[in-house]
Design a protein around this ligand. Structure first.
Ligand SMILES: NC(=O)c1ccc[n+]([C@@H]2O[C@H](COP(=O)([O-])OP(=O)(O)OC[C@H]3O[C@@H](n4cnc5c(N)ncnc54)[C@H](OP(=O)(O)O)[C@@H]3O)[C@@H](O)[C@H]2O)c1
Length: 294
């Protein structure tokens, strides 16, 4: 199969389109013929060599943790799914990649809703799973005021919409010029300023915002971050880790039909560096994705 991959860490230009061995699904996994694959911060940090996980990465490495495609092989123990099913989802966590290729193995997946275009579906998995996991842990109740930092980002843009569906009043921080985008998602845009009082705060931006979020909610227990590893020392919950759920049955992925997965741009797999270059040089408006040729 053809895959976007890199052998050395470095700038986006280390990404190449080249042949790679076909992967096969293990127990509880499926293989898809990929139509689209999302681009995530972890992909960019691994390629640059700046992620703490980069050192243990077998290379060449195929980036991408999210993909959508058509099942063509079903792993041992998977029932209720068959070749030909159109799905989207997340690769096995330990592999840290593998999605940006003609064939990819998924560990968590759901049926692609008919109204969800392939590129959106390809970029949806981790954002939906992470946002759902984070909102669940915040114990939201209708009418609460929720602050989401990084509201225009891949996870933030999905979290805002899902929180609105839970009857919460959402406020979102982000670049000043992302205000219209954030408002269209259903949140009141606040720019970069954390001003006001909130019942809960979800931090997707990272970068040292937790003290301000504790102040704005009045209690570290009302704050949750997915992006700031200083959290435990401040009494703030940090949500990371393996998505929960049965094969093909994670409830976060099942939310796909209820919201949009905003796509900032799509890129052909024939130009591997373009998507990573754009990721590094633009202000985020949802997700970026590769379109994968059969
Ligand atoms: N724990 C988990 O399970 C988990 C899962 C997925 C992702 N993550 C992590 O969560 C983070 C977000 O992921 P993502 O995919 O949403 O990334 P993303 O698409 O790059 O979005 C990050 C957003 O944060 C904004 N931002 C940065 N600094 C900010 C600040 N000081 N105030 C307000 N907004 C700010 C960015 O705005 P600009 O683009 O305008 O700078 C961007 O909109 C990443 O660190 C990622 O590694 C964790």
């Amino acid at each position: 199969m053809l895959a976007v991959q890199f052998a050395q860490f470095g700038p986006p230009e280390v990404l190449r389109l080249a042949e790679a061995p076909d992967p096969h699904p293990g127990p509880g996994e499926v293989r898809v013929r990929v139509r689209a694959a999302g681009v995530s911060p972890v992909d960019v940090a691994l390629r640059a060599g700046t992620s703490p996980s980069a050192a243990r990465l077998p290379r060449p490495h195929i980036p991408g943790v999210d993909a959508a495609g058509v099942i063509d092989e079903v792993g041992p123990g998977v029932t209720g799914w068959a070749p030909g099913d159109e799905v989207f989802g997340i690769v096995p966590l330990a592999t840290l990649g593998g999605a940006t290729a003609q064939l990819a193995v998924l560990r968590h997946w759901a049926r692609r809703p008919a109204q969800l275009p392939w590129a959106e579906a390809g970029a949806a998995g981790t954002s939906l799973e992470t946002a759902t996991r984070a909102l669940d842990r915040l114990a939201l109740e209708p009418g609460m005021r929720l602050l989401v930092t990084g509201a225009a980002g891949g996870v933030g843009s999905v979290a805002v919409q899902l929180a609105v569906l839970r009857g919460v009043r959402v406020y979102g921080t982000g670049s000043a010029d992302a205000a219209d985008f954030v408002a269209a998602l259903g949140a009141e845009p606040l720019g970069r300023e954390i001003a006001g009082r909130f019942d809960r705060a979800l931090d997707t931006a990272g970068g040292g915002l937790l003290p301000a979020l504790i102040e704005a909610t009045g209690d570290a227990a009302r704050v949750l971050t997915i992006a700031d590893f200083a959290a435990p020392g401040l009494g703030v919950a940090l949500s990371t880790g393996e998505p929960a759920g049965e094969p093909g049955g994670h409830h976060g992925l099942a939310e796909a039909g209820r919201i949009r997965v905003p796509l900032q741009a799509t890129y052909p797999m024939s130009d591997p560096p373009a998507a990573h270059r754009a990721f590094e040089t633009t202000s985020r408006r949802g997700k970026l994705a590769y379109e994968i040729d059969a």
